[in-house]
Structure formats: structure tokens, C-alpha cells
Design a protein around this ligand. Structure first.
Ligand SMILES: Nc1ncnc2c1ncn2[C@@H]1O[C@H](COP(=O)(O)OP(=O)(O)OP(=O)(O)O)[C@@H](O)[C@H]1O
Ligand SMILES: [Mg+2]
Length: 279
């Protein structure tokens, strides 16, 4: 079964490089001098690949994602999305931990917002938004406002909105980080299903090793601040995956190996924090 091309993890053979980072560095001027958020990040992501990034708090994960999103710039090196052939297709959409949806717009209008920005006529964009709402199980809530929704529902709206925008790359920064464990598990399965359908190029930042191994084709481990890529793991668990994947010995071995690589970095980050408090 696992030798079917669709069940194989990782990019399709011969897939183009979609994201390139070479010696990407980011420094911020602060009152206490220059802070290096990212030291020298090297990473390539292939078209259609799902790459998860884990690393201790403050190692520069969000900084890296913001740079890929074009919201900030490197101070040396490069980090960019390689544009595809269709210049009208947006380069990226971002899903953050905090719900980045418009509180004054209905669920439907939120999801239709990206297509609206691209000039898609109203009927068409609403039909498109409805299709995405069905996929995330929110079709009965299209007239609701964000304040009337639970955290999990709001995050579903964010995900539907990002996908309705049809970006070349989906950038996700701890998108499920604020949710309770059960809601998070349900949304992990939904993300797996949506990704298997769309095969978008995804960079996904998470603090959960289990989540990274469950979702990703690859897990990149970053060092403590200032962050660089420490090591990476190819996740060759067969797809389609679901929560039962997490009870296999292969899954346990992979999460164990990732934790092994991450543990020293988390300790180093904690020691840095203690030094700062002492200073
Ligand atoms: N605008 C800024 N000005 C100054 N320093 C910044 C700025 N943004 C980030 N930093 C610093 O850069 C480093 C990396 O921050 P970043 O938010 O990218 O970390 P992170 O890996 O996303 O952490 P977390 O896991 O806690 O979200 C931190 O030391 C942070 O204080
Ligand atoms: Mg962050």
C-alpha cells in the first residue's frame, strides 16, 4: 500500500524547490544593542512538501516565518519563496496562533476575503468560500461572527480563509497552539485530510513534537537562540495518516529521536532565560 505514489511522504519526485533560505540572518536593533533573532538558517523546501519546524522558545521560528511571508526582511543571506508560473496566484497565506480573522465580518465574508482581494465576483467567491466551509465543517455557521464561535471554530475559519486564498505556500505559526488537547487532535486530523487533498507547500511551526511528526514530511530542529538549523528528520510514515498513526512504534521512534535532538536546545534556551533574569 505504501508504495502508491499518493501514499508516499515527501515531495513528488522531481518537485521544484519552492522555498530557499541560505545563511539567512536577522538582527534587530534594540535599546540593549543588536539582538540576533536568527543566526544563519539554511533550508530548502520542495513544492508540495509539508515541513515542520520545532525549536525552543525565542530561537527565531516566528521571525523566519514572517520573513518568508514578506512581513520582514533578512539582514544577511536570503530567505524567499520561489514564485510559480502564475503571477496572479498569491505567494503565501499565514495562519497564526492568535485568530487573525476580522471580527466585524461574518464567517462567510472572512473566508471569501482572499478571493475578494483578487477580484473574484461576489457569487463566485461566496460559492468558493462555502466549499471551504464544508471542508472544515462550518457550513452551518456562515452567518456567524467570530465572537460567536469557539477557539477551535475560529481557527477553522482561519484555515479555510488561508486555503480559499489559494496561496502558493501556506505558512503556519503554531496554528493549534491555543486550543485544548481534544480540539487540537480533531484539527490535526482535519489538517492532514485537507493537506492530502491540496498538497500545498507548507511550513508549519509547532512546539509539539508529536504534532510535527504526525503532520510533516520533514521535521527541522532549530538550535536555541540565536537559531540555526540543528538537524532534520525525514518522516517516512505512510500517508494517509490519522491519529492512529501516533500509536505505531515507528511514530514513537521518530518522536523520541526528535526529542533527543531538541532536549539540549530547550535546556540551553532555559539557561539563557535564567541568565537574563539574573542580569
Ligand atoms: N521586533 C523585534 N525586536 C527585537 N527583538 C525581536 C523582535 N522580534 C523578535 N525578536 C527577538 O528575536 C528572537 C526570536 O524571536 P521569535 O519570536 O522569532 O522566536 P520564536 O522561535 O518564534 O519563539 P516562540 O517559540 O516563543 O514563539 C527572540 O530573542 C526575540 O526576543
Ligand atoms: Mg513564535
Amino acid at each position: 500500500m505504501t508504495d502508491l505514489p499518493d501514499a508516499a511522504p515527501g515531495p513528488r519526485p522531481g518537485a521544484a524547490v519552492k522555498i530557499v533560505a541560505r545563511a539567512a540572518q536577522k538582527r534587530f536593533p534594540t535599546r540593549r544593542g543588536m539582538v540576533t533573532a536568527m543566526e544563519s538558517v539554511d533550508l530548502e523546501v520542495a513544492e508540495g512538501e509539508f515541513v515542520c519546524v520545532v525549536g525552543p522558545s525565542g530561537c527565531g521560528k516566528s521571525t523566519f516565518l514572517r520573513i518568508l511571508a514578506g512581513l520582514d526582511h533578512v539582514t544577511a543571506g536570503e530567505a524567499r519563496i520561489v514564485p510559480g508560473p502564475d503571477p496572479t496566484q498569491p505567494l503565501n497565506a499565514v495562519v497564526f496562533q492568535e485568530y487573525a480573522i476580522f471580527p466585524w465580518k461574518t464567517v462567510l465574508a472572512n473566508v471569501a476575503f482572499g478571493p475578494q482581494m483578487r477580484g473574484v465576483p461576489k457569487r463566485e467567491r461566496e460559492a468558493l468560500a462555502r466549499r471551504w466551509l464544508v471542508k472544515v465543517g462550518l457550513e452551518r455557521f456562515e452567518d456567524y461572527y467570530p465572537a460567536q464561535l469557539s477557539g477551535g471554530m475560529k481557527q477553522r475559519v482561519s484555515i479555510a480563509r488561508a486555503l480559499a486564498y489559494d496561496p502558493q505556500v501556506l505558512l503556519m505559526d503554531e496554528p493549534l497552539g491555543a486550543l485544548d488537547a481534544q480540539t487540537r487532535a480533531v484539527l490535526q486530523e482535519e489538517l492532514l485530510r485537507l493537506w492530502e487533498e491540496t498538497r500545498k507547500t507548507v511550513v508549519y511551526v509547532t512546539h509539539s513534537i508529536e504534532e510535527a511528526v504526525l503532520l510533516g514530511d520533514r521535521v527541522v530542529v532549530m538550535t536555541a537562540h540565536p537559531g540555526t538549523v540543528k538537524t532534520e528528520f525525514r518522516i517516512d510514515l505512510p500517508r494517509p495518516r490519522d491519529l492512529t498513526t501516533t500509536s505505531t512504534p515507528e511514530f514513537a521512534a521518530l518522536t523520541g529521536a526528535v526529542w533527543e535532538a531538541l532536549r539540549d536546545e530547550v535546556r540551553a534556551a532555559m539557561a539563557q532565560g535564567e541568565n537574563e533574569v539574573a542580569a
